[in-house]
Design a protein around this ligand. Structure first.
Ligand code: BGC
Length: 365
């Protein structure tokens, strides 16, 4: 009981802290009587990245604390596995599905089946594309994630003060994830003017999303691309000053490549490197000055928002949303709730990550 109370208190606190709690259009309050014994399906993409494990377990405990039963599945980043899992959730009688899609455009058929069975759907963190059968979307403001990464680079380099030119290389996320272009466009909204005026130089010339995207958010693919970029463009004395990485899994591969190429010494320090998720290995890399920053998206906050949506759907009520314009999935604009991302770096991670109870100092050794 004590644990449940602590979890609920933490969720409430985090929702307020992250500006996610009270800004919606309607409040909801599901009673245990409505939720008891209702089965909710939670489909997560993979256990290979820390964040999704946290998303899954936060969702499970927050739903269970409200009296729901939970069917939680991870799909090892395999689209067919995920489709199968969602189909099983429908067969098992789930009332609402919470889905973080692997391929946003691959759920059309299975969600038609959900609709035929009157099962409601919440897209979790990633928008589900090309279907009318998605009721709500809860995420962090994905464009703003990129903006914060771009602004971090702008500030660290003193670009606003006219400093430069600096050498930069750009990375993008997985092309089958709708978030990836939002992150990139957000970052480029800050960085493009400096590329245009020559203060940021992309020596490889690779600036289009299609050229820089890394399928499956795969660390090894990011490492291989960074290896190629270094070999082709940064041989001898030419030094890389900045790498735009959309998230932490790519940053891990990029650091490995940079390390192999001799970065990390006093005459050749690591370039400024962005990330997202504040996964433990990446926070450790920030403390060790290998990665500069990471966007913090508190998975507890997102879970509490999605639980509110589930409650509303179970009760046949409208859920609180704060964006009804941005997320068109090719079939309709999906009513969304966007939580607020912030950044962590070596200078503020203690207050952002430790004081909020997200990690313990001992986790980061
Ligand atoms: C999420 C990121 C995550 C990436 C890779 C994106 O959809 O928004 O937080 O790093 O997927 O899993």
């Amino acid at each position: 009981m004590k644990k449940v109370l602590t979890t609920l208190l933490a969720l409430g606190l985090m929702a307020t802290l992250a500006g996610c709690g009270n800004s919606g259009t309607k409040a909801t309050d599901a009673g245990a009587a409505t939720s008891s014994k209702q089965l909710i399906g939670v489909a997560m993409p993979t256990q290979s990245l820390q964040r999704w494990n946290q998303d899954g377990s936060n969702m499970k405990s927050a739903l269970e604390a409200k009296g729901y039963k939970v069917e939680l599945q991870y799909a090892n980043n395999d689209v067919n596995t995920q489709t199968q899992q969602v189909e099983n959730m429908i067969t098992k009688g789930c009332k609402v599905l919470v889905v973080a899609a692997i391929d946003g455009s691959a759920m059309t058929d299975v969600l038609k089946k959900a609709a035929d069975n009157n099962v409601k759907v919440v897209a979790y963190d990633r928008l589900i594309m090309k279907t009318p059968n998605v009721d709500y979307y809860a995420t962090f403001d994905n464009f703003k994630v990129g903006v914060i990464q771009g602004q971090y680079i702008e500030k660290q380099l003193g670009l606003k003060d006219g400093k430069g030119p600096f050498n930069i290389e750009l990375f993008g996320g997985s092309p089958d994830d709708n978030n990836a272009t939002f992150f990139f466009n957000g970052a480029m909204s800050i960085l493009q003017p400096y590329i245009d005026n020559g203060k940021l130089v992309v020596a490889s010339g690779q600036k289009d999303f299609t050229k820089i995207a890394i399928q499956g958010w795969d660390s090894a693919k990011a490492q291989a691309r960074m290896d190629n970029l270094i070999t082709a463009n940064y041989a001898k004395d030419k030094k890389l000053d900045v790498v735009l990485s959309p998230n932490d899994s790519l940053a891990i591969g990029i650091v490995a490549s940079l390390k192999n190429a001799g970065y990390g010494s006093s005459d050749k320090p690591y370039p400024i490197l962005t990330g997202q998720d504040c996964d433990k290995p990446n926070v450790i890399a920030m403390i060790n000055k290998q990665q500069s920053m990471s966007i913090f998206k508190d998975t507890r906050t997102l879970a509490s928002k999605v639980v509110e949506m589930v409650d509303s759907l179970v009760q046949g009520k409208e859920a609180a949303v704060n964006d009804t314009k941005t997320y068109n999935n090719g079939s309709k604009v999906v009513p969304s709730f966007l939580c607020d991302p912030v950044y962590a770096d070596a200078s503020n991670y203690k207050s952002i990550l430790i004081d909020s109870g997200y990690y313990k100092e001992a986790d980061l050794k």
